[in-house]
Design a protein around this ligand. Structure first.
Ligand SMILES: NC(=O)c1ccc[n+]([C@@H]2O[C@H](COP(=O)([O-])OP(=O)(O)OC[C@H]3O[C@@H](n4cnc5c(N)ncnc54)[C@H](OP(=O)(O)O)[C@@H]3O)[C@@H](O)[C@H]2O)c1
Length: 250
């Protein structure tokens, strides 16, 4: 059990990659804050996890937190502190995508992408670091292969994920003095709701052909990197971006 006695906040953990990370962290002894965009979504996801892991009932805290809303982020962090007293791990995973050319993108599209993927991540990190700086800890950001290679009709998403990489490296430099490690994971194509919304069947087959491991990942294939980075196995690792993409980007 690599995460015994650890408290982990995982944003965007109602489904997809975040939910797979939550499952793996629970299996490794962590207490996990399940975050969704609404309280209802967080409670529903927590209920499902309780059904799979009945012994872990007291290890789960569902919280609705809209990454676009500063007050909601502050309340989420305060709730974790008043419930469990400390935060050891923050996984900034909540995110949205967009498949629009620059000419089709409106100002609102740009603002929404940055509100959720960048500003929400920065605000959550700031609120958590207020507490984490006293104890040390781990921050893991979800980037993307698009944040390394760019993507056609994905300019605002790519911009947001390149920003995530910059934030990761800058905060690794800034927060090391508090023994806070900051790293990112850059997944390739993963079979989640997000992928289903944004990738056509034809595009999916093409991506699989371009991937050396010749398949598309499931969320469980990505979660292991987050366990490694959160655990003491990575205790001298900070400022890195680990690609988990079957070799698609190299
Ligand atoms: N899937 C891929 O191929 C892929 C590849 C590279 C990187 N990623 C990145 O991986 C992360 C997770 O993606 P996924 O594929 O697992 O996505 P997903 O299945 O669509 O899940 C998205 C998660 O983010 C939450 N979320 C969305 N908007 C939010 C908001 N405004 N406030 C709070 N929470 C919000 C959702 O909560 P609700 O359930 O409440 O809506 C959900 O838990 C994202 O950062 C994404 O960019 C994904």
């Amino acid at each position: 059990m690599k995460l015994e006695n650890k408290v982990a906040i995982i944003t965007g953990s109602t489904r997809g990659i975040g939910n797979a990370i939550a499952r793996l962290y629970l299996q490794n002894g962590a207490r996990v804050v399940i975050c969704g965009s609404t309280e209802e979504n967080a409670i529903r996801a927590t209920q499902k996890l309780k059904e799979s892991f009945s012994i872990f009932e007291e290890y789960l805290l569902p919280v609705g937190v809209d990454m676009k809303d500063t007050e909601s982020i502050c309340k989420m962090v305060e709730k974790v502190i008043s419930t469990w007293g400390h935060i050891d791990i923050l996984v900034n995973n909540a995110g949205i995508t967009s498949e629009k050319s620059i000419l089709d993108s409106t100002d609102e599209d740009f603002y929404e992408m940055f509100d959720v993927n960048v500003l929400g991540l920065l605000k959550t990190t700031r609120e958590v670091v207020k507490y984490m700086k006293a104890t040390g800890g781990v921050i893991i950001n979800t980037s993307s292969m698009v944040g390394i290679n760019g993507g056609r009709n994905q300019v605002s998403y790519a911009a947001s994920k390149f920003a995530v990489n910059g934030i990761t490296k800058s905060l690794a430099k800034e927060l090391g003095k508090y023994q806070i490690r900051v790293n990112a994971v850059a997944p390739g194509v993963v079979g989640t709701d997000m992928m289903k919304e944004s990738v056509t069947e034809e595009m999916k087959q093409r991506l699989i052909q371009m991937t050396p491991l010749m398949k598309m990942a499931q969320p469980e294939d990505i979660a292991g990197a987050y366990l490694y980075l959160a655990s003491d196995d990575a205790n001298f690792t900070t400022g890195t971006i680990i690609q988990v993409d079957g070799g698609l980007v190299m």
